[in-house]
Design a protein around this ligand. Structure first.
Ligand SMILES: Nc1nc(=O)c2c([nH]1)NC[C@@H]1CN(c3ccc(C(=O)N[C@@H](CCC(=O)O)C(=O)O)cc3)C=[N+]21
Length: 293
């Protein structure tokens, strides 16, 4: 058996086309969606990802502002920049690229972003919204993974989904999303004694542990869906958390790296930014209307 490939590039193009249409409608109404990206320091992977995001914005008609700061910028100065973008009416989304230098607390910075402009979905207000099933921005990577599962027509209800990794930006929100769709969810992490025992029972595995080739074919139930969130830079180049060759011989569906979850993450960022512009436009419209007397 050999797994069917889930093509993230192809799927992300479909999402981008939708976003481009919504952007065109906003522009026709005099609203230009705008994303501010704050990049701190010289991390080379961060520079690669941010360039991809800026380019993707251009391609769908979203204006982007890339603001780069020296790694030595103080937390106070960065917070001031975030607050300036909160006030800026031309900006509908604010993204502070992670990781940040060690002297800056990421939670403090994320907390300073207006939840209405938090297109990463990292603010505690948006995390709480996801947890409670309330409207808010959902984090881009897990949302992109859900879109991929939907695109292959996968019914999650009653299935066993296993998430590898418990980060605030992928593992935890991913588990909540799968749970809200009726899956039975298990989260494995660093302290899980034997991951294979758990993953061999999984109908779906989302690998987001940040460990190259953690999940091998012998740890996968035949026919399972494997979603690889890993972005590990090894001597052999970019590689996921899944050992692709052995996994694809056992799995039913599998996402490649590159060309899987990454492009979907970027597409969801664009979608969130346009949603934010639509919502802010609605608020502005209703506040300028003359109240009926
Ligand atoms: N505030 C914030 N928001 C993020 O969304 C965020 C972040 N910080 N910090 C870093 C991670 C990582 N991330 C990626 C997005 C797309 C690709 C992507 O498109 N990857 C290509 C390959 C890229 C390559 O060649 O290196 C692919 O998978 O096909 C990768 C990584 C977003 N992140």
């Amino acid at each position: 058996m050999t797994a069917e490939l889930i093509d993230g590039v192809q799927m992300s193009l479909a999402v981008r086309a939708e976003v481009a249409q919504r952007t065109a409608a906003l522009r026709a109404a005099g609203i230009q969606p705008g994303l501010a990206v704050l990049l701190v320091g010289e991390d080379s992977a961060s520079h690669v990802y941010v360039r991809k995001k800026v380019k993707a914005c251009e391609e769908v008609g979203v204006r982007s502002i890339l603001e780069q700061h020296d790694a030595s910028i103080s937390e106070e100065a960065l917070l001031a920049r975030v607050k300036a973008f909160n006030q800026d009416e031309a900006i509908h989304g604010i993204l502070v690229q992670l990781p940040l230098p060690a002297h800056i607390d990421p939670q403090t910075v994320i907390k300073a972003i207006s939840p209405a402009k938090d297109v990463d979905g990292f603010h505690i207000v948006n995390a709480g919204a996801l947890l409670t099933g309330t409207e808010g921005f959902s984090p881009c990577t897990p949302t992109g993974c859900m879109r991929m599962l939907d695109a292959i027509g996968y019914e999650l209800r009653g299935k066993h989904a296993v998430v590898l990794g418990r980060s605030n930006i992928v593992g935890k929100p991913m588990a909540i999303m799968l749970l809200s769709r009726g899956a039975t969810v298990t989260i494995c992490h660093r302290a899980t004694p034997d991951i294979g025992v758990v993953t061999r029972q999984a109908d779906i595995v989302v690998a987001a542990a940040g460990k190259a080739r953690l999940l091998r074919g012998d740890m996968i139930k035949p026919g399972a869906v494997i979603i690889d969130v890993g972005m590990n830079r090894t001597e052999a180049g970019l590689c996921g958390d899944v050992d692709f060759e052995s996994a694809k011989a056992v799995a039913g569906w599998i996402t490649p790296v590159p060309g899987g979850v990454g492009p979907m993450t970027i597409a969801m960022l664009l979608a969130n930014t346009v949603t934010s512009a639509e919502q802010i436009a609605l608020v502005q419209k209703s506040s300028t209307q003359v109240p009926a007397s």
